[in-house]
Design a binder for this molecule. Structure first.
Ligand SMILES: [Zn+2]
Length: 463
């Protein structure tokens, strides 16, 4: 299938599009590719393995990865040599701690030494992070890594009834066909909707299209789907279909987003956590909203002081990430889940977001989960953003729905500002800034909290 896609890219667009239809019409057994199905079957079976067996599998994978890195990746050869170690010296999880962390900065600085020299890079695609500050991190990937990743995602979604050939609606970043706001991809059978919902007609039109499309799942950014739910509620529209689940991805999930989506679509909200660098992957289970890290995906460590997630990924042999600091922070770490029989580990209650999402106050770091409280149930405010440019000032950006109820709006803004002040303390000044819209990142992601101060601390090596 990779070949078909490669040929497809060389053809003019109308032919490309019809190829995508042909591709979409292929039976799933062929369409997703051999690597996808091998991985998917392996996961469906190994999810029930004992902890012992999963750990044995992890150590085998780790050993394979470390031998490869030592032989073929100059950066890691140096790391081992400098410590007088050989891959065979790493026999268990404790031994792994003998190797240093890999930070985002290390990766950018030493990129050339981090590429495996035994792999032909010709025609290999590059992937990148969608960082909102600083330069995105770029690295090599491959079509078979793509197939494995998809199998892992579908495996997680299978917990809420998703099957590999199920239709889904996607609301993520901006789509190409912006004037129609809706785009159907025949190859992946995904109906993509633009996250721009400016008025009642657009919300109504989306509901109608989803009903016609007969998808059982909506997948996308929590902020975008919550915004859609918010619009449905505000305009008093009825939802003319019943979904099996809403699948959240790619952003930390705030409680109010989960609540409004659950209320409007009246179905399970299921979220997973992952990142472009593919070092850790986790999702909820049938019986809880806790994130279960997949041991087959890599080795996930949690920094005992900061709760930062540190991952060693098993998928990428071109650009191996070993003990990579993700800068993502988890909370409520548990050794295992009581709500299912899977022995996946670690399990955590929440993803608090990136370290850069924390505000720095004279009283210490304040995370998004705490800040979010007064932002629930806003009536006249459509969108908000909290921006910290300096240690003593925080800007509260607000986008009004309509200002026909000016006094209610003003009261709500004042109330929000006061609550935020209570959380952050009097030492900080809060400035309210009214804007028409809040800019998304290049990939369309919404970043609710932006703190130049905590990002600065991070670059200096916050621990
Ligand atoms: Zn569970």
């Amino acid at each position: 299938m990779e070949r078909l896609e490669q040929i497809g890219r060389l053809l003019p667009r109308p032919i490309q599009q019809s190829l995508r239809y042909i591709y979409g019409a292929l039976p799933p057994a062929i369409r997703y590719g051999k690597v996808f199905w091998e991985t998917y079957k392996f996961l469906q079976e190994s999810q029930w393995w004992s902890r012992e067996k999963l750990e044995e599998y992890q150590m085998q994978q780790l050993s394979k990865l470390l031998h490869h890195a030592y032989e073929n990746v100059p950066y890691y050869r140096k790391v081992f040599d400098e410590r007088g170690l050989k891959p065979k010296d790493i026999q268990d999880f404790d031994d792994l701690k003998k190797l240093p962390y890999l930070t985002k900065d290390d990766f950018k600085t030493h990129f050339n030494e981090l590429v495996a020299q035994n792999i032909n890079l010709k025609n290999l695609p590059m992937s990148h992070t969608s960082g909102t500050s600083g330069k995105p991190l770029q690295f090599y990937t491959s079509p078979s890594i793509g197939q494995m990743e998809l199998a892992f995602i579908f495996h997680q979604w299978s917990r809420v009834g998703y099957k590999p050939d199920d239709l889904r609606v996607e609301i993520r970043g901006q789509i190409k066909e912006e004037k129609n706001r809706v785009e159907f991809d025949p190859a992946s059978k995904v109906l993509r909707l633009s996250p721009r919902i400016d008025n009642k007609e657009v919300a109504q039109y989306y509901l109608e299209r989803i009903r016609e499309f007969k998808a059982n799942f909506i997948h996308g950014y929590p902020s975008a789907i919550a915004f859609f739910a918010h619009a449905i509620k505000k305009y008093g529209l009825a939802v003319p279909f019943q979904l099996k689940a809403v699948l959240f991805a790619s952003e930390a999930v705030y409680d109010w987003e989960r609540e409004i989506v659950n209320e409007i679509f009246n179905c399970r909200v299921f979220s997973h956590y992952g990142m472009a660098e593919q070092v850790a992957l986790a999702a909820e289970c049938e019986g809880s909203s806790y994130y279960h890290c997949l041991p087959q995906y890599g080795i996930t460590e949690v920094d005992p002081e900061t709760n930062e997630i540190i991952g060693t990924g098993f998928l990428n042999y071109i650009n191996p990430f070993i003990r990579y600091r993700t800068t993502d922070v988890a909370s409520g770490i548990l050794p295992h889940c009581k709500h299912c029989v899977r022995e996946y580990y670690p399990v955590f209650k929440k993803l608090e977001g990136r370290i850069g999402d924390y505000l720095v106050t004279p009283r210490g770091l304040v995370g998004p989960a705490v800040i979010t409280h007064p932002f629930k149930d806003l009536k006249t405010i459509k969108d908000t953003q909290v921006v910290q440019k300096s240690i003593d000032c925080v800007i509260l950006r607000v986008v009004p729905w309509e200002k026909n109820n000016l006094s209610t709006y003003k009261t709500e803004v004042a109330c929000l500002s006061r609550s935020l002040q209570n959380i952050l303390g009097d030492e900080l000044r809060i400035e309210v800034e009214e804007v028409d819209k809040i800019k998304r990142t290049k990939s369309g992601k919404f970043k609710w909290i932006i703190s130049d101060v905590s990002m600065g601390m991070l670059e200096m090596g916050l621990k």
